[in-house]
Design a protein around this ligand. Structure first.
Ligand code: AMP
Length: 416
C-alpha cells in the first residue's frame, strides 16, 4: 500500500529545512529584541473556545475547523488561529494579574480545512504576536514594526502595509447598518458568496476578491466617515507614527479581517509575490475579546503571519537564507581499527562543538572521499594502516588541497 500525505499538508525535507531554521531563528532574534516572551498552547482546544472567541459566523469557525469528538465525547478542535488560545491561557494561568503589560509571541502549527492552493495549506505554521494590557497607539505601531523587522531580515522589502480602522463596537454596529442599506440595492448583483455574507458577516463583502463585488463596494460608504472623532484621531495617529518610523502604509477600507473580535486598527501585510493569496500577515486590535472570554476588560492587539508565505516571498526575492550547515571535518577510515579511532575522534570534536562525520556504510576510500566532497566539508582526516601505527592521521584542507600529518589527539588544534 502506498501512503501519501494528507491533502493540503507538506513535508519539509532535509534539503530545505535550513530555510525554516533561518526564519525561525530570525523570529526568535527579533522577538527578543522587541522583548516579547514566547507562549505555547496545546495543539487542540475545546471547540467552544473558538466559537466564542472567534465567532460562529466567520469562515474559520463556520467552515474550516478540524473538529472531532474524543473518546470521552468532548468536542475538540485543532487550533485554526492563535489569539483565542493565547487569551484562554492568559486568563486561565493567572499571568493576567501579574503585571500590567504583556508582550507574547507564538510559533506553531495551525489547521484550517481550506481549499489547498499556492500558499494555502490545511496545516500551516504561524508566527504571531500579541500585546495585552494597553490601548496606546504604540502597541499597534510596535507590533507592526516587529513584523516588518522579521520580513526585512528575511530579505523581504517589497510588501505593502495596508491599514484600516473598523472603529469601536458600537461604531461598527452602526456602520454595518449603513453598509447593509447601501448593499441592499445591489444585492442581486453581488456574487453568491457575498450574498451569503451580506447577512452573516456583512463587513466581509468589502474584502471580496470578486471584481463585480469590488465595483459595487468601491462606492460604498466608508467606515472612516462614520466613526467618532476619537476613533478617527486614533487611526490617524497610528498612520502618522508608522510613517514617521519608516513603515509607510496605505489606507485601505477593504481590510476588515474576518474575525468578530477586531476593533479599531486592522492591518495586513500584502505581497504581490504571493498571487491570489496575497496576505503575508495580518492582525488588528481586539479590545473586547478578553471580556468576551470571561475576563476583566483588557485591551489587546495581535497579528499572525504564515512561515510558508514568508519563505515563498523571500525565495522569489532571491534571498539565500544563509548556507545549509555542513560538517567541518569528515573522517576517512581505511580499515576496522581506523574506524574505531575515527569514531572516537569525531565524538571528541563533537563534544567540543565541532561538527564532524564518519563513514557509517563501511565504504572504500574513494567512496568516502566522494561523500566528503558532496557534503562540502572543510577538512578530511584520513586514517589508514600506517597512520594507526604512527598514531597520526593526514589532515587535508579541502579548499587548497594542502595536507599535514596530525596526531589523533591534536586534530582540534589544527583546524580553523
Ligand atoms: P489570518 O488569521 O487568516 O489572517 O492568517 C494570518 C496569516 O497566516 C496569513 O496572513 C497567512 O500568512 C497565514 N495563513 C493563514 N491561513 C493560511 C493557510 N491556509 N496556509 C498558509 N498560510 C496561511
Amino acid at each position: 500500500m502506498n501512503f501519501r500525505k494528507p491533502k493540503g499538508t507538506k513535508d519539509i525535507l532535509p534539503k530545505e529545512i535550513y530555510k525554516w531554521h533561518f526564519v525561525e531563528k530570525t523570529i526568535r532574534e527579533v522577538t527578543d529584541l522587541f522583548n516579547f516572551s514566547e507562549i505555547r498552547t496545546p495543539t487542540f482546544e475545546y471547540t467552544d473556545l473558538f466559537k466564542r472567541g472567534v465567532g460562529a459566523e466567520t469562515d474559520i469557525v463556520g467552515k474550516e475547523m478540524y473538529t472531532f469528538l474524543d473518546k470521552n465525547g468532548d468536542s475538540l478542535t485543532l487550533k485554526p488561529e492563535g489569539t483565542a488560545p493565547v487569551m484562554r491561557a492568559f486568563l486561565e494561568s493567572g499571568i493576567y494579574g501579574e503585571q500590567n503589560l504583556h508582550k507574547l509571541y507564538y510559533l506553531t502549527g495551525m489547521f484550517r480545512y481550506e481549499k489547498p492552493q499556492a500558499g494555502r495549506y490545511r496545516e500551516h505554521t504561524q508566527f504571531g504576536g500579541e500585546i495585552l494590557g494597553s490601548n496606546s497607539i504604540y502597541t499597534d505601531v510596535e507590533l507592526i514594526l516587529m513584523a516588518k523587522e522579521v520580513y526585512n531580515r528575511c530579505g523581504i522589502n517589497n510588501f505593502k502595509i495596508k491599514l484600516n480602522s473598523i472603529g469601536k463596537p458600537e461604531e461598527r454596529r452602526n456602520y454595518i447598518k449603513i453598509l447593509k442599506d447601501y448593499l441592499r440595492d445591489h444585492l442581486n448583483e453581488l456574487s453568491e458568496e457575498s450574498k451569503k455574507r451580506y447577512e452573516s458577516n456583512t463587513l466581509r463583502v468589502l474584502d471580496s476578491k470578486d471584481s463585480g463585488d469590488r465595483q459595487i463596494t468601491d462606492s460604498a460608504p466608508k467606515i472612516i466617515d462614520h466613526m467618532g472623532t476619537e476613533s478617527r484621531q486614533r487611526f490617524h495617529d497610528v498612520v502618522n507614527e508608522l510613517t514617521r518610523l519608516g513603515a509607510e502604509c496605505e489606507i485601505d477600507f477593504r481590510i476588515v479581517r474576518g474575525l468578530d473580535y477586531y476593533t479599531d486598527t486592522t492591518f495586513e501585510f500584502v505581497s504581490s509575490d504571493l498571487g491570489s493569496q496575497d496576505a503575508l500577515g495580518g492582525g488588528g486590535r481586539y479590545d473586547g475579546l478578553i471580556e468576551q472570554l470571561g475576563g476583566k476588560p483588557c485591551p489587546g492587539v495581535g497579528f499572525g503571519s504564515g512561515i510558508e508565505r514568508i519563505i515563498i516571498v523571500a525565495e522569489k526575492n532571491g534571498f539565500t537564507f544563509g548556507e545549509p550547515g555542513n560538517p567541518l571535518v569528515y573522517f576517512i577510515a581505511l580499515n576496522e581499527e581506523a574506524r574505531k579511532v575515527a569514531f572516537a575522534a569525531a565524538l571528541s570534536l563533537r563534544q567540543n562543538n565541532i561538527s564532524s562525520e564518519t563513514d557509517l556504510l563501511g565504504r572504500s576510500f574513494k567512496a568516502q572521499m566522494r561523500d566528503a566532497n558532496k557534503m562540502g566539508v572543510k577538512y578530511v582526516y584520513i586514517i589508514g594502516e600506517d597512520e594507526i601505527k604512527k598514531g597520526m592521521g593526514i589532515l587535508k584542507n579541502m579548499s587548497d588541497s594542502s595536507q599535514i600529518e596530525v596526531s589523533f589527539d591534536k586534530i582540534r588544534e589544527n583546524i580553523v
